[in-house]
Design a protein around this ligand. Structure first.
Ligand code: C2G
Length: 129
């Protein structure tokens, strides 16, 4: 059983998020998603529209996602990889190279982002209505 993990805020879920979740799941048999807590979003300087609980509910309803855990710090990935017996760590290539230190523990794969869509774009498009 190949186990995959990815992390993110996943606010205002859109096809770019779905694409990476789908591709990540297709790399294995079981996908865990670490969702940034509201506290960690502050550290990332990100303002999510939905709370952690709401984003967790949404992610758990997506067919590609098998388990959701909370992401509360930059330093938890090695522990998560060990604890959940992860084989593959996946992130969008806006993070290219940033998590290569995890290669000692599992495969690290960066996938192309879906172009033309982002939570930021959704918010700015709506703000002009
Ligand atoms: N993503 C994508 N295409 C988009 C938008 C996002 O492939 N058009 C991917 C990102 O590359 C990321 C995932 O979807 O892998 C989640 O995106 P965000 O919620 O923006 O995550 P981020 O704030 O980058 O948090 O420790 C890692 C961080 O928590 C990542």
């Amino acid at each position: 059983m190949k186990r995959v993990i990815t992390y993110g805020t996943f606010d205002l879920i859109h096809p770019g998020h779905i694409n990476i979740l789908k591709k990540a799941k297709e790399m294995g048999d079981y996908l865990i998603v670490g969702i940034s807590t509201d506290h960690f979003n502050k550290i990332k300087n990100k303002q999510a529209y939905y709370s952690f609980a709401e984003r967790k509910t949404i992610l758990e309803s997506i067919r590609y996602v098998d388990k959701v855990i909370s992401e509360d710090s930059w330093d938890q990935k090695v522990k998560d990889i060990k604890e959940h017996n992860i084989d593959i760590f996946v992130m969008g290539n806006d993070w290219e190279g940033k998590f290569d230190y995890l290669k000692s523990y599992c495969d690290v794969i960066y996938l192309p982002r879906t172009l033309g869509i982002s939570t930021t774009k959704i918010k700015s498009d709506l703000s002009f209505e």
